[in-house]
Design a protein around this ligand. Structure first.
Ligand code: SF4
Length: 346
């Protein structure tokens, strides 16, 4: 257990300020994510340093297509989640730690090895990764550990990446300011009812987080998992695209194919035409970079120059087959053919 940074003591409750649930937790109780405990008015991370995943992934897998393309990212996760998405693809590590029994948790975590932040950074350097990704489960449930790793990572020249549901508070986003370099944020739906029913969250904090990450200079890409039964309607897809355009039409949008998983086994694999339709709606809204995910659709994973239309990055899966982006002086990208500035870090 390690005391967390962001909480407020308020009479019989202590309020956690990491994510938008803003849980008010009584003594000896846990927050919604079941990974933050109140002990005598102080909040502790009970899974601090307990890693259930350490992998070396292409950065394209996050997915980030405009952030250090072609590099590897050392990817870590601790158990738990602040959402309970019915179609979660990592439910085995995100949704199994939901026991109400606080003592049982402590007992369980007591037997597990803690990985010091230094070890994660050393492993990332040994694996020749350019960044560390806090991913698979939501980094909100290992936020303080992430901050500790991020500080060390920066000292060693590594970048930091969140793959997240974006359910953060202003306090936590600002606590990560200057340490977090890039994020892929899910915009899962554009209505509150679906967020509540399927994920146990709400829409507005996610939209506010996207705006604040952007304002804080974090490289941003957005992902929407398209599920035919839930969010495949033109109006909702258009609202998501319009929102992204309102922040910056250069932000890459990944529209991803759903496969039935966890508690959504009754759904079906998203049809190809759904992905193509969303792509066209996004283009119509003015988005410059849209990518299809979890599906091989020739040309839909490629980057084209928004100005001259020439092919800049040809991709297949996580592989880059051709790259015509020239690195600019500030690390930004330029089209080799017309000099247009390409959003991202290259
Ligand atoms: S991280 Fe979020 S869900 Fe967990 S205790 Fe804090 S506010 Fe609640």
């Amino acid at each position: 257990m390690k005391a967390i940074r962001l909480f407020n003591k308020d009479n019989e409750f202590t309020q956690c300020l990491i994510c938008a649930h803003r849980c008010r937790i009584k003594d000896d109780k846990l927050g919604v994510c079941k990974t933050i405990a109140n002990k005598g008015g102080v909040l502790y991370s009970i899974n601090y340093g307990i890693l259930v995943a350490q992998s070396i992934d292409p950065i394209e897998k996050k997915p980030l297509f405009h952030f250090m393309p072609g590099t590897f990212s050392y990817s870590i996760a601790s158990p738990g989640c602040n959402f309970r998405c019915l179609g979660c693809q990592n439910a085995d590590i995100s949704q199994t730690y939901r026991d109400e029994n606080y003592e049982a948790y402590l007992e369980y975590f007591k037997g597990l090895k803690q990985t010091p932040p230094e070890e994660v950074v050393e492993n990332a350097l040994k694996a020749k990764c350019g960044s560390i990704s806090y991913t698979y489960t939501d980094p909100a449930v290992f936020f303080d550990y992430s901050l500790d790793v991020m500080e060390l990572a920066h000292k060693k020249g590594l970048k930091n990446v969140f793959v997240t549901n974006g359910y953060y508070t202003e306090e936590s986003i600002n606590a990560a300011k200057g340490l977090l370099d890039a994020a892929n944020v899910d915009i899962k739906f554009f209505n509150d009812a679906s967020y509540r029913r399927i994920c146990g969250g709400t829409l507005e904090p996610v939209l506010e987080a996207v705006k604040l990450f952007y304002k804080n200079g974090v490289h941003l890409e957005l992902t929407t998992l398209l599920i035919d039964e839930y969010n495949n309607n033109d109006e909702e897809i258009k609202k998501i695209a319009d929102f992204i355009v309102s922040v910056d039409s250069s932000l890459p949008w990944h529209i991803s194919r759903f496969f039935p998983l966890y508690k959504m086994q009754d759904g079906h694999i998203t049809e190809e035409k759904t992905i193509v339709n969303a792509y066209n709606i996004g283009k119509g809204a003015g988005l410059k970079y849209i990518y299809a995910g979890n599906i091989q659709l020739d040309g839909y994973e490629d980057t084209r120059c928004p100005s001259c239309g020439k092919l800049l990055i040809k991709r297949r899966g996580y592989n880059i087959l051709e790259n015509n982006v020239i690195k600019g002086v500030a690390g930004d990208g330029k089209c080799k053919f017309c000099g247009y500035t390409i959003y991202g870090v290259f």
